[in-house]
Design a protein around this ligand. Structure first.
Ligand code: FE2
Ligand code: FE2
Length: 191
């Protein structure tokens, strides 16, 4: 009968999208998971590269204030590496890095800036601060995105660790702004 057939058809078409959307959701969750793991490998490589690069920046800096700030952030960076290793562990994966072209470029520019400026000058410090803030901004965006992805996937433990690092990166960035302002002020007063 036309009426019952229509009813049956309607029922089947209303059920099908539900099943489809569950499958689609699972697929998109696994795609988000892949994306999350790729981004995690990127920032893991970047943080490890910074552990190697920061001592050179610390040595090249002029003011004690900047040397201390870079040194303190080096210690925090080591913690960032171990937090990432904890997250790999939570995901049941071995911690592996994947070369981050952006961080490699930022570090190369920082080293170039040091080479192009004279030792024991505030200009060199300004150059290091600019490079370091570019690095912080990269990290802030990477950790913000990773934290959001972790939350979306329901990995709240990973999201908490990412949030802690994110806050430390933001704090390091603000501190660099303060040092930049005092560096410029001191230089202006000396002239
Ligand atoms: Fe970091
Ligand atoms: Fe950082």
């Amino acid at each position: 009968m036309p009426t019952s057939r229509t009813t049956a058809k309607t029922a089947s078409t209303t059920r099908k999208p539900t099943r489809k959307s569950n499958t689609a959701e699972q697929m998109s969750n696994s795609k988000f998971h892949e994306l999350f793991m790729e981004e995690l490998k990127d920032i893991y490589w970047a943080e490890k590269a910074l552990v190697k690069a920061l001592p050179k920046m610390q040595k090249a800096a002029t003011s004690e204030e900047l040397k201390t700030a870079v040194g303190d952030h080096l210690e925090q960076t080591k913690t960032h590496v171990s937090r990432l290793e904890d997250i790999f562990d939570m995901m049941g994966k071995r911690a592996v890095g994947k070369k981050c072209e952006a961080m490699e470029g930022l570090i190369a520019e920082a080293q170039q800036g040091v080479e192009d400026t004279e030792e024991d000058t505030m200009v060199r410090d300004a150059c290091i601060i600019i490079a370091a803030q570019k690095v912080e901004h990269y990290e802030i965006s990477a950790y913000g995105s990773l934290r959001t992805l972790a939350n979306v996937m329901g990995h709240s433990d990973a999201a908490d660790l990412l949030e802690q690092t994110l806050e430390e990166e933001k704090h390091a960035d603000s501190l660099l702004t303060e040092i930049a302002e005092s560096t410029v002020n001191e230089e202006a007063a000396a002239e």
